[in-house]
Design a protein around this ligand. Structure first.
Ligand code: G6P
Length: 369
């Protein structure tokens, strides 16, 4: 097992550090910036069906559901296709309206999650086209779907999902961009530009990983907190949810993720000097609005840990701690902003003596309802 961990103390840390490679493996062969195209066999063969979709329904659980939420922003923003994101476990018990004009995208690392499989079966019965995004080759979901695209994260051993999440976002971004290009919602030059930018993401993730020692220091300062709040807007709202989930899963600290502007409708009542608040405040995502949310936290003495764009000055003045990520388009920013939150949860869990790779009560794949 020590050999498998490749010199890291835990699988989770190894998998966090594998993300530059995992993301690259996921777009390798698919992304061709020079030709200005994206190649995805499962999409190319079913292009008509995908382009004619009235809407996309995304069904998933846990971290994969958060990847689905990021995808909702990407599909609507770039490809102008309406999207609904569903907890697979709720979807089928609602007698949902599904037609043969709908496309269901099922996202699952393991490809074995019972609730997601059941959602797929229901959608197929009602005539929808079902596209899978799985990590495990030949898994039940990969076999049950009409078409799909694999993430190439490699085996994920840590129960708390890390590299599966960022590679799911990578695949879904490629899919959305491909549909955007086919639909003509994206200019040719902007399309080439974003393909080149995606190619540069692994290097930017490496740069984020360099903040690990700083994040460890921040973790030491807050490891005894009983609650955490995570805030983000737009593309980074799902990242806030995922950050909170990671902390809950492995450190057993209660954490909530919220859209930053929703804070005033409830969570703000929780803020005092004992409440660490992690805020994603990158430059391109409603920055000024998030800055004013940060001011509201500060005036209530909450402790602010902010994820900011390199060189940021304004938030640095307000926050107790800042973690910088390289500049990038808002639509790609979750691939960077997620990383510090994974590391923060990891270090807090280790410092609290928790079993990081196998947290209590959780399973890597949930094959029962
Ligand atoms: C379990 C795991 C989570 C995972 C979720 C969905 O709860 O502990 O890490 O996100 O299942 O799993 P899937 O394999 O469908 O992505």
């Amino acid at each position: 097992e020590e050999i498998e961990k490749g010199g890291f103390d835990h699988f989770m840390l190894k998998e966090i550090y594998e993300q530059p490679r995992a993301i690259k493996d996921t777009f390798r062969g698919r992304l061709r910036p020079n030709e200005g195209i994206i190649k995805m066999a499962g999409v190319d063969q079913n292009l008509e069906r995908l382009l004619n979709a009235n809407r996309i329904i995304i069904a998933a659980c846990g971290t994969s559901w958060h990847a689905g939420l990021v995808a909702e922003y990407i599909f609507e923003d770039l490809a102008r296709i309406p999207v609904e994101v569903e907890y697979a476990s709720e979807f089928r018990y609602r007698n949902p309206v599904i037609t043969d004009k709908d496309v269901l995208i099922a996202i699952s690392q393991s490809g074995e999650t019972a609730d997601t499989l059941a959602a797929i079966k229901l959608a197929k019965e009602r005539g929808a086209f079902v596209f899978g995004v799985c990590n495990v080759v030949g898994s039940s979901i990969a076999r049950e779907t009409h078409a799909g695209a694999y993430t190439h994260a490699g085996p994920e051993i840590g129960v708390a999902s890390t590299k599966a999440f960022t590679t799911q976002i990578t695949v879904l971004t490629l899919l959305a961009l491909k549909l955007a290009q086919e639909k003509g919602t994206y200019s040719k030059s902007r399309f080439r530009e974003i393909l080149t930018e995606i190619e540069g993401i692994p290097h930017k993730v490496e740069k984020v990983l360099e903040s690990n020692p700083l994040i460890e220091i921040i973790a030491a300062a807050y490891k005894d907190a009983s609650n955490f709040l995570y805030l983000g807007r737009g593309y980074n709202f799902p990242v806030a949810l995922e950050g909170a989930l990671k902390l809950k899963e492995i450190s057993y600290i209660h954490a909530e993720g919220y859209p930053a502007a929703e804070m005033k409708h409830g969570p703000i009542a929780l803020i005092d000097e004992h409440m660490p608040v992690v805020v994603i405040a990158t430059k391109k995502g409603h920055y000024e609005k998030v800055v004013s949310n940060i001011q509201e936290i500060k005036s209530r003495k909450g402790k602010i840990i902010a994820v900011v764009t390199e060189g940021d000055v304004q938030v640095r003045e307000l926050a107790d701690h800042v973690i910088e990520v390289p500049e990038c388009s808002e639509s790609l920013s979750p691939l960077l902003t997620t990383i510090p939150l994974q590391l923060l949860s990891y270090h807090i869990a280790v410092m609290r003596g928790c079993n990081v790779d196998q947290p209590r009560n959780l399973a890597k794949s949930v094959t029962v309802e």
